[in-house]
Design a protein around this ligand. Sequence first.
Ligand code: BES
Ligand code: MN
Length: 847
Amino acid sequence: MTTTTTGVTLLHRLHHSRSILSLTLNSAHIFAGSQSGSILVWSLATYSLVSTLRGHSGSVLSLHLCDDLLFSSAGDAIVQVWCPRTFRNRYTIYSTFDVGDVFCMAYEPRGGTAYFGAQNTSVQWIDLKSAAAGGGRSVTGEAHPSKRVHRFFDSKGPGGTCTPRPEGEAGGEGSGEGKTLLEIEPWNIVQYAHFGYVYCMLVLPASQIGLGAGSLLLTGGGDGDIKLWAIDPVTGGISVLRTLAGGDSGVLSLVLKDTLLYAGLTDGEIHIWDLDTCQEVRSVRAHCDDVLTLAVKGECIFSGSATGFARKWNTRFECVNRWRAHEGLVLASAVTERNGRLLYITGGNDDCVGVWDVEPFPVKEGGMEREGEGELLSSLAKLVAFRTVSSDPSCAVECRRGATFLKSLCKRFGATASLLPMEDGRNPVVFARFEGAKKKAEKGKTLLFYGHYDVIPASSEDSGWKTDPFSLTGVDGYLYGRGVSDNKGPCLAALFAAGELLQSGRLESDIVFLIEGEEESGSRGFEDTVRKHRDLIGDVDWILFANSYWLDDDTPCLTYGLRGVIQATITIQSEKPDLHSGVDGSSLNREPTIELITLLSHLTSPTGEILLPDFSTPIRPLSPAEEGMYLPISASLHANPTSLYHGLPQQEITAHLMSKWRYPSLTIHRVDVSGPSNNSTLIPRSASATISLRIVPDQSVSSVTSSLHTHLTSSYPGSNSLSIHISHSAEPWLGDFTNAAFSSLQRAIMHVWGTQPLFIREGGSIPAARFLEEEFGAPAAHLPCGQASDMAHLDNERLRVTNLSGAREVLGRVFGELTAGRSDGGEGTALVNGNEKKALANVQDGV
Ligand code: BES
Ligand code: MN
């Protein structure tokens, strides 16, 4: 996440197809009014689009939340009233006059009167309480603005034709038909409230400025005046109390803090009035162009301008921050406090919403219980910023800093933590113990969570990355950055889940974390380090991973199998130096590169079959029960329009999945030659190829490695020297998906995602999986956190915020259950697909 100025951080950008003209917030949602006429509702927790409210055919110019009512006013001369929880439309309000755009509105909750300021310079009101109680006139809808002659669309232009109306303007969804229509009584109007458009208004209790009981209305107009109106407590009618005469600049925005009124003007000034005395206290040149929006919270005032800049002010009206918030105009803003942080939200004509953390203070220590998805995100932002690339020796210091950051985080949660050193200066393993209360020591189980903090290289230049890979960037509900999904995000989700249990006193037994920094380099040295610190780590009962992906973007999965891998470099080297191909090239000279290619061609048949001796005999045969397991998976992928397999015949999908999950594969990653790359007259002295073999149960690293050796040495004619180097390897892993850890994961997924997970295997490898199971004699289970579209190892790696918080919640439940020994789910929760699981159990038994 980029910090624009000290203290201002862009947390997230949300995109839409049109300008964002109005904004309001409650504790759960961002409501954004758009030029398209829609109101977009985004979750403040996950930044996912929760709903789109369609009720306007013109730009949504203002939004206002009060008393569990959401008001929207628009360029279609209509005000819609919504329930902010169910998002249902409750009322459609309009005037029988032609009022033009309704720029602003305010609600007086005691009398239940809603006020509107419009383009025709009027202020109007409606008694919503009595209208809601059925006291309003019965309305036929004949006077609905969409039914009336339109000044522009229905006038005959040159040549006598009509401008076609925008689609959906009249009738249908969005015109308000079928909902409660309320017409403003013709006498509830003050014509010429200003000598200009009525741009902004607010309601305040009269006591706030020492004017007795009752409520007041403030309006700001294009004429430069601000008017203070008394509200009649019985009729809701208004009468001018005072006019605060400004200059020539129109009043575009108003906010009130105690008795001080801040008015944003068309020329960039902000005027500050004391309503106690109705005197202008100060005028500040805040921006170089229109101050289109103001917001206030606590001691902070925010202004947004047509320049695209936003500013934060303190109560002495000193500018604390200034930053470019939008490429274009800042049209709307709102501010709220969330998890102890101040959030400022802006909308602009660059069609997007910006969510800014504007809290100047560092994250508070402790206090991480339940709240704090903000804290999880800011920790992830910090972790992603460390370039923990294990394959790049120049990143060693960054790797160390990343490990130290994780260690400190664990300690802050109350865990004991240390870095386990590795041989040869390799990146250390972060070890942490979250110690349980051990009240039910005899039943509770100790968990080991394994993950990795190292990542695959990524560069922002010369690559397809749209953002800086080492600066976490939130866009439209996704977090972009190297390692967010593989595996930094899931590791943090697990740490936060464990921290929350520990801090709330609900952790019964220990949770141990091993987060290594060499996984992407084949976990070199990890086994030795774990063995060396075996006593410190102690015994564990369950092992958990969270380092793979769903099969599509919608269906949660549980992974019970991974392939193993053997990565080898094959080199053929001549005794001679590099030679000239014209001077020395001859059929008698056996060139290493030609020999290497010939040798590689012996690895597979022309149809792709792997030709190592005895290679396929130990592959576990497919039983009918296992075959049956592919049915729900292929059915789900076949049916999902967002899946890559959508619409393909199920058999084809199954064959494809099997070939990746239960059969081995061979890849030639690269072929390199010695000598300069730009000299094509050279006979390279040596040639090498990096290959990898993915292996499956019941193959083993040792048998396949020796078979590879035998095959290569026996196929090689032998004029130069052949060497084979195994750079890293991993055994395949097949877990028991009928065990209590998988059952607990399954229940937690049902609870959090509301749907059954698919039990799947994966083609990728995690070297530690089988090793840890064997070393600790404990079974492992694997929760994939990310979606199929996460792009792990590739450009624009990402993780959906919803998946990150989902993983945290699932792991929190599973950690809680397993460490308390409640492996039956506590309430004896029945498994919905028990039969399916039985079929699965048969597979494990090889039935
Ligand atoms: N998270 C992956 C493993 C993975 C990939 C699981 C795809 C499921 C699906 C892990 O970080 C990884 O990249 N593993 C390497 C291991 C190798 C370096 C020994 C892999 O699979 O190539
Ligand atoms: Mn990886």
